[in-house]
Design a protein around this ligand. Sequence first.
Ligand SMILES: [Ca+2]
Ligand SMILES: [Ca+2]
Length: 149
Amino acid sequence: MWGDKANGAQAIYLRTKTVSTGTVYYVNDDSDPGDFFTTAFGNDANNGTSSSTPKRTIQAVLDSYTLGPNDVILVDSGVYDGFTVAGNETGARIIGAPSFQSHIGQRVTINASQVVLQGLSPDQGADVNASSVTLYRITSAALVLPDTQ
Ligand SMILES: [Ca+2]
Ligand SMILES: [Ca+2]
C-alpha cells in the first residue's frame, strides 16, 4: 500500500496474471439463473460472438469456427451436451461460469493440444487424446485421464 502524496488517497496495487485473448465466443442454455457471461438465451442460429447472441451448444461454436490459441468459449451456467474439440483447435480455451454451474451432461473429447478447460463440470468425464491439455478448476466425479501426457 502506498500513500499518494499528490491527492492524499491510498491505493493498493495488485500484480495480476493477465492472459491475452483472441476471439471470444458465448454459449448459454435456455435458463438464466446464475448466468454471468451472457444476456440472452442460447440459440445455435446465433453467431455466438457477443454476450447477447450466444449459441446453445458448445459444439456449434466449435463447428462454426476454427479456434486458435487463446480463443475462448465462455460457457454460462446451465446444462450442455457433450462436445469434441477437433485436432485443429490447438490452444482453444473453454471456460465455465464462476458459479461452477456450467455442467456438461455428456462426455467431452479433447483431440487438440494445449486446450484449456476451466471452471466446467464435465459430469460424464472427458477423454483427453492430446498433449499439454490443461484442466483447471474442474469439478467432476467422472474424469478419466491418461497415465502420461
Ligand atoms: Ca444459463
Ligand atoms: Ca472448428
